[in-house]
Design a protein around this ligand. Structure first.
Ligand code: ADP
Ligand code: MG
Length: 735
């Protein structure tokens, strides 16, 4: 029997027991999935090792003779142990096999051969546990050719679990590889030739059974490109589909609302804002839906770019919606847009401008009566601008003529949301979509995660911004600096400014599942309670900050309370005002209080690099310089401290994003909600494999523009179908 169908079940090829174990440990069910379970690394057997120089942990290859073989039940646990003693004439060494009694018969005193494995010690005795070995032919003392072959080989080391070892995987792989027939080739022949890539079967054989480093390199090169190419082809197809959908062109660029906005702005647009604004306007004027990602560093002024686009859509007679990730941010956008539009925001109402419009706010926790009023304004078209949270995407929200959806500061904008957006299409005409990222992402990551979107990058920051200085405050080494930190807070407040204090937890005993986004690697101090909003606020108000007005903000407050806290903090002279706002990361993105000049982050090591960068983006936004203090108990030199030092050392968000991504595992980079791409990328590194991704993208674009349905490439088409099916299966599992 030969295997040519990679969708064949492992059950049939390996038998139920092995197949069951692989399924349980790794979710592998088909031949194809097993074949794509690539070795994590290889152990080169290397030169022959002298038995007198063994060191624990070394991978060695030894030429020796079998002295004795014994087998006995184990003392501490069930099972038996086969022990083989080998000798090179001077020293002796044990080979041990657990629960493999059948091995006993393989060894006979006097046989000579090669033994390879990792050196360990048991009760002071050196041993090789479960070594690989090969005997010379009977009566042969040494066979130079055999030695060269054996010692030169690479042993694959597979991702393994406690129940399924690398060796067991290698054995199962061996069975599959031995029966492998012709396999479908997903890479078009011309492309493969032009790129000098080996065919799929050779690549799979070489990746699992390499005989040289060159084998490994060639195999990985091909398989990596294949991953990039399949994904980019899928994305190219999606882009092509979107490009063919109808949308209404929104051409008014200089209507009354846009003009009103521009005349109300207390500043001029940056060159970057003008440039990306033009890109967006061009898209909006097209009769296919815009599908664009706008990225720019914290404070680069993305919101304004989006607002201008929204107003031009309203000027041209449509509606525009702005989707914010939190209620706090939705409320803030609502306030600032209403303010910027002045009398124009009262369109159709008494005293309103006759070419104005109304602004509606839709959040999940709004009162029913208010909500009903807003929904009416939306369906009637009286509200041209609609701001809201994800509540906007529910079925109850019906638009009259939705022309543009802007998704603000969202790094987790997944498949589900995209589907919900598509459903807002009216008469089959899709709204234009602009997605803005909270975190700047390197281009290749953007091409992978948001590969079906066009990308605009907003360069530069508005002038006249004082910026922010960041310091790490090591609490263990310099406890006095902590007191100094709170003194600085007092000074800022005395100067008429506002201060954020950020904590990793709420501390209301409800569990803080929404807060600790990033599970940090070093768990030395995980037992210690990290700072909470409630405890910290109480401590500060009665201790270091006694006499100041200390308020709190977190995600489990009612939206009225959240609103009240935000406006008490934002409006300097309000009563009751707030000087110091102790909060969770609800203020992470978008919150804009120009008078806030300082931020103290407690247990800062609990946050990721990009998150800290976002957080500190809340201060130093106005003409006053910002100060950010990162308090931490992490030890100097620890990975946690290095992250904080990195944040303190630069204010370049792109640079930090690269650092952040380099430290995460690939799966985390893509994020679960970015669908199953996590599982389809095994070898490809979205951060570092820039060239491969770019080449694959170019090749995919060319192919799809020639042959959008892949009629000439049935194998590629079915590989993509498999990818999508996997994608969806995984997505369903999560949902
Ligand atoms: P982000 O890109 O992080 O979303 P925002 O859009 O919130 O940044 O803008 C940050 C701040 O900069 C806001 O207070 C905004 O009013 C202000 N701003 C935007 N554009 C300019 C500009 N061209 N000149 C000066 N200030 C600007
Ligand atoms: Mg913003």
């Amino acid at each position: 029997m030969s295997v040519t169908d990679t969708t064949q079940s492992l059950d049939r090829v390996l038998g139920g027991k092995s197949a069951g174990a692989l399924k349980k440990a790794f979710g592998l069910t088909t031949v194809g999935e097993l074949l794509r379970h690539y070795p994590r690394r290889y152990v080169a057997r290397g030169e022959l090792t002298d038995m007198g120089t063994l060191v624990d942990g070394d991978a060695v290859t030894i030429l020796a003779e079998v002295v004795s073989v014994t087998s006995r039940p184990m003392q501490q646990r069930r099972g038996n142990l086969v022990e083989v003693v080998i000798s090179d004439g001077t020293d002796r060494l044990s080979l041990t096999f657990f629960n493999q009694r059948w091995r006993e018969g393989m060894f006979r005193a006097g046989r000579r051969g090669l033994f390879a494995g990792e050196v360990s010690s048991y009760r002071g005795k050196r041993q090789l546990a479960h070594p690989t070995f090969e005997f010379f032919a009977e009566d042969v003392d040494e066979d130079p050719e055999q030695i060269a072959m054996f010692a030169g080989a690479f042993i694959p080391v597979y991702p393994a679990t406690a129940s399924v070892s690398s060796l067991q995987i290698a054995r199962a792989m061996g069975v599959v590889l031995d029966t492998l027939g012709e396999l479908p080739e997903s890479l078009p022949a011309g492309l493969r030739k032009a790129m000098g890539l080996i065919d799929v079967k050779s690549a799979l054989l070489a990746v699992h059974r390499p005989t040289s480093q060159a084998d490994i390199d060639q195999a990985r090169q091909r398989l990596k490109f294949e991953e990039a190419f399949l994904l980019q082809t899928l994305l190219a197809q999606r882009r092509a589909e979107i490009a063919h959908l109808p949308a209404r062109a929104r051409v008014e660029r200089d209507g009354p609302l846009v003009r009103e906005l521009e005349s109300n702005l207390p500043f001029t647009l940056t060159a970057g804002q003008i440039a990306v604004g033009a890109e967006i306007a061009d898209d909006l004027a097209g009769d296919h839906p815009m599908h664009r990602l706008l990225q720019g560093d914290v404070g680069s002024g993305k919101t304004l770019v989006a607002l201008k686009a929204m107003l031009s859509v309203v000027d041209s007679g449509g509606q525009a919606a702005l989707l914010a990730p939190t209620e706090v941010l939705a409320a803030q956008h609502f306030r600032s847009i209403t303010e910027l539009l002045g009398s124009m925001a009262q369109g159709g109402m008494l005293g309103g401008h006759d070419r104005g419009t109304q602004v509606a706010l839709v959040t999940g926790s709004m009162k029913v009566a208010q909500r009903r009023k807003d929904l009416l304004k939306i369906i009637s078209g009286d509200a041209g601008i609609i701001v809201g949270t994800h509540a906007l995407l529910t079925d109850t929200v019906k638009f009259r003529d939705l022309g543009l959806i802007v998704v603000d500061e969202q790094h987790r904008f997944g498949v589900e949301q995209r589907a919900a957006l598509a459903a807002k299409a009216i008469d089959g005409t899709r709204p234009h979509v602009l997605v803005m990222t909270a975190t700047p992402i390197p281009r290749t990551v953007a091409m992978t995660v948001f590969g079906d979107l066009d990308i605009s990058t907003l360069e530069g920051l508005p002038e006249g911004r004082a910026g922010v200085t960041t310091h790490v405050v090591p609490m263990k080494e310099k406890p006095a600096h902590v007191d100094r930190a709170w003194e600085r807070v007092r000074e800022e407040v005395a100067g008429g400014h506002r201060v954020f204090v950020v904590c990793p937890r709420i501390g209301d005993d409800e569990g803080d599942e929404d807060l600790l986004e990033l599970e940090i690697d070093d768990d030395t101090e995980n037992k210690r309670q990290v700072a909470s909003v409630l405890d910290t606020a109480e401590y500060l108000a009665n201790g270091p900050l006694a006499g100041l007005r200390v308020g709190i903000l977190h995600g489990r407050m009612s939206s009225d309370d959240k609103d009240a806290a935000m406006s008490a903090f934002a409006n300097a002279d309000s009563d009751p005002g707030i000087d110091v706002l102790v909060s969770t990361t609800v203020i992470e993105v978008g919150v804009d209080v120009p008078n806030a000049t300082a931020m103290v982050v407690l247990d800062a090591d609990r946050f990721g690099i990009s998150q800290l960068h976002q957080l500190r983006g809340r201060v130093g936004r106005g003409k006053f310089p910002g100060l950010c203090l990162l308090l931490t108990q992490a030890d100097a030199g620890s990975p946690a401290r290095q992250r904080l030092d990195a944040v303190a050392s630069t204010t370049d968000g792109f640079e930090l994003a690269r650092l952040d991504l380099a430290q995460r595992r690939e799966g985390d980079v893509l994020g679960a909600s970015q669908s199953g791409r996590r599982s389809s990328l095994k070898l490809l590194q979205v951060v570092s494999d820039v060239e491969v991704i770019q080449e694959a993208r170019a090749a995919a674009n060319m192919l799809i523009s020639d042959d959008p349905n892949l009629d000439a490439h049935p194998d590629l088409r079915s590989a993509l179908a498999e990818l999508v099916a996997q994608d969806q299966a995984e997505f369903m599992e999560k949902a």
